[in-house]
Ligand binder design. Structure first.
Ligand SMILES: [Zn+2]
Length: 202
């Protein structure tokens, strides 16, 4: 499979296996068979994706990727032993679509982009998503028109335009960078990933 095909199929896997955005955010115990996630860097060392340990092992064994960070534990199959990967780098440059605007807008991704804070009052509780230009006034469901908002601000603003009620988002909403999707694809960012991610992802 060409690297780009692989990347796209892996992204599909990620979307479908992401925790339900409506599920309560309870501390969850990882099932014992969950082998965690691996950060994937492009040939340029730019972080581009997150994949399963199994997928990473296949890429390493096929020499499509190289090991950048490994853990002390090992993966064993009948014939091979491989250090468990934490960060891998693709040997061939993959042209990642810059256009994150095509990526699915989820509540978690909006919250992560907005720093898990209401964009009107700054509170971090009771977060919802708000259409800056209300849908009833023709506002679209795009990254540029959706912000994190606490429930009280959302109710107060209702279906009014920002200027009508003088409620403007603190930062004008934009399409998030790829690190936002990396952040939301995993329960917790492993310490070994941090040096490869932009500071705002930590
Ligand atoms: Zn608020």
């Amino acid at each position: 499979m060409a690297p780009l095909d692989w990347l796209l199929s892996e992204m599909k896997t990620l979307t479908s296996s992401a925790p339900s955005e409506y599920a309560p955010r309870l501390p969850r115990q990882r099932p014992a068979r969950d082998t965690g996630r691996v950060l994937v860097l492009n040939a340029t060392y730019e972080p581009i994706n997150v994949c399963s340990v199994r997928r990473a092992a296949i890429l390493l064994l096929k020499e499509k990727a190289e090991m950048i960070e490994r853990s002390d534990s090992e993966l064993r199959s009948e014939r091979q032993v491989l250090a468990r990967p934490i960060v891998i780098r693709l040997r061939l440059y993959v042209n990642v679509p810059r256009d994150s605007s095509k990526r699915k807008i989820t509540r978690r991704a909006v919250f992560a982009r907005d720093g898990w804070a209401c964009q009107y009052c700054g509170t971090r509780s009771s977060l919802t998503v708000d259409h800056v230009i209300p849908r009833s006034k023709g506002g679209l469901s795009t990254w540029e028109n959706i912000v994190a908002s606490c429930a009280p601000c959302n109710r107060r603003k209702a279906d009014r335009l920002p200027a009508q009620i003088n409620m403007h988002p603190r930062k004008s909403p934009r399409v998030p960078g790829p690190h936002v999707f990396i952040t939301v694809a995993t329960q917790k960012i492993p310490a070994a990933w941090l040096q490869w991610l932009p500071a705002e992802a930590a």
